[in-house]
Design a protein around this ligand. Structure first.
Ligand code: 2IT
Length: 448
């Protein structure tokens, strides 16, 4: 499968050992494609043992989370924190609360997060965590009791210089508030041990907007470099009307793009003249149903129950911002046939490996999430800096730093893709640029 016999053996070992961990194996496979090309140029990597080490997280914490629901019934969930790498800084990455959460998904995401965080150029290690708890349908008190029970164990494993969790799927400002409140009570210290906090108690301005805004700044760089163009007038499809999708829509519209279709978990809406983004933001803020609430105001809008039908709509740019494995081969082919020139991942791993290969082979420029959606964790780092300095920066300052970080991530990916002979393969560039940074640090720090 790979040109390198070493890589083939290593991959065989991982697949044999972790056969059940599909999502983790997907993350490794996507990464190994790039390592094959790097190893040809630098065979010394083989003997460093760095790849072997990166395949095993530095630490995995798994714990019981028992709590009482509103009917005084005991509910038991599983909590996780995968501390993947501290080569470049304290462990950093989000927490995901969702019934499908399992060790495989979190190991895959933690692996990705390490390289994403490397690309930001900031001193951050990589981690991911969460629980199979579903905040949807729970009362506020239930959410609070769950978050407190979760933190009652997690607090002993984290800290501003050890591991700094943040939000992800199912963990928004409300959950972060409860988690932080309980952390502070248990540790009796007010430090920036969690990011994504409310602005009133140490959060950074623009953290909620950061991933979506950063994605658009990244896309703008792709358009400038590869197409000598910009986002103005481009037709964009966005899946997911959570924070990432809605903030990407807002920034893209502000910069003159036309959002021709958006989807949520149930259904999509589309308008070739551009959707009403103010209404979509209002719906997202009220946690409403995108399709149903949009239809109440625009009864004639094109719509459908099947969210993935969004990818059948003609566009210039597709931004999957919902969840993993949203764009498979069928959707990839439809996008290409309908003229899509560029796909950038706002979510983590929303495009399947097969579809990524299809885009690369068929002239659709693709940007992986570990580069394109790094704006969130980048502003998390800015939040940590503000907390450590006991001050806060204004919106303009944060936005300027975010933009310059996204531009530098793009530059690193692009330069590596050129250097390693595949100038249109930003996934290759992202993997190699991220890896080389962590590689150098691991070599310097000895066998740990
Ligand atoms: O996937 C991600 O980069 C995040 N969920 C944000 C992580 C963070 O620490 O801000």
């Amino acid at each position: 499968m790979y040109k390198s016999a070493y890589l083939n053996n290593l991959f065989f070992e991982v697949v044999t050992k972790y056969t059940e961990q599909k999502e983790f194996l997907d993350a490794v496979e996507q990464f190994f494609d790039s390592m094959d090309i790097l190893l040809e140029k630098d065979p010394t990597i083989e003997h460093s043992g760095v790849l072997e080490r990166l395949l095993v997280p530095e630490r995995i914490i798994m714990f019981r989370v028992a709590w009482l629901d509103d009917h005084n019934k005991i509910v038991v969930n599983t909590g996780y924190r995968v501390q993947h790498s501290s080569a470049l800084g304290p462990y950093k990455g989000g927490l995901r609360f969702e019934p499908s959460v399992n060790l495989s998904i979190l190991k895959g995401l933690a692996f990705e997060q390490t390289f994403k965080n490397c690309l930001t150029g900031l001193p951050l290690g990589g981690a991911k965590g969460g629980s199979d708890f579903a905040p949807k349908g729970k009362s506020d008190h239930e959410i609070m009791r769950f978050c407190q029970a979760f933190m009652a164990e997690l607090y002993r494993h984290i800290g501003p210089d050890t591991d700094i969790p943040a939000g992800d799927f199912g963990v928004g400002e409300q959950e972060i508030g409860y988690l932080f409140g309980y952390y502070k009570k248990l540790k009796n210290e007010f430090t920036g041990a969690i990011t994504g906090k409310g602005v009133s108690y140490g959060g950074s301005l623009l953290r909620p907007e950061a991933t979506g805004y950063g994605l658009i700044y990244f896309v703008e760089e792709m358009l400038k470099t590869y197409f000598k163009s910009d986002i103005k007038g481009k037709r964009i499809l966005i899946s997911g009307n959570g924070k990432v999708g809605s903030m990407a829509a807002l920034k893209a519209k502000e910069m003159g793009a036309i959002i021709v279709g958006m989807s949520a978990s149930k259904g999509y809406v589309a308008d070739p003249n551009g959707l009403d983004i103010d209404l979509i933001l209002k719906i997202a803020k009220n946690k409403g149903s995108l399709m149903q609430d949009y239809l109440k105001v625009y009864p004639d809008v094109v719509h459908g129950e099947t969210s993935s039908d969004l990818w059948n709509i003609p566009c210039d740019i597709a931004l999957p911002c919902a969840t993993q494995e949203e764009i498979k081969m069928d959707a990839a082919k439809n996008l290409k046939t309908n003229g899509c020139m560029l796909v950038a991942e706002g979510a983590n791993m929303p495009v399947t490996l097969e579809a990524i290969k299809y885009f690369n082979d068929n002239g659709v420029l693709f940007a992986p999430g570990k580069a394109a959606n790094a704006g969130g964790v980048a502003v998390s780092n800015l939040e940590m800096s503000q907390n450590a300095l006991h001050l806060s920066w204004n919106k303009e300052e944060v936005d300027a730093k975010l933009k310059s970080i996204m531009q530098s991530i793009f530059k690193k990916c692009h330069e590596a893709s050129v250097k390693y002979g595949q100038p249109n393969n930003l996934a290759l560039g992202a993997n190699i640029a991220g890896f080389l940074k962590v590689y150098e640090a691991m070599l310097a720090q000895g066998v740990v």
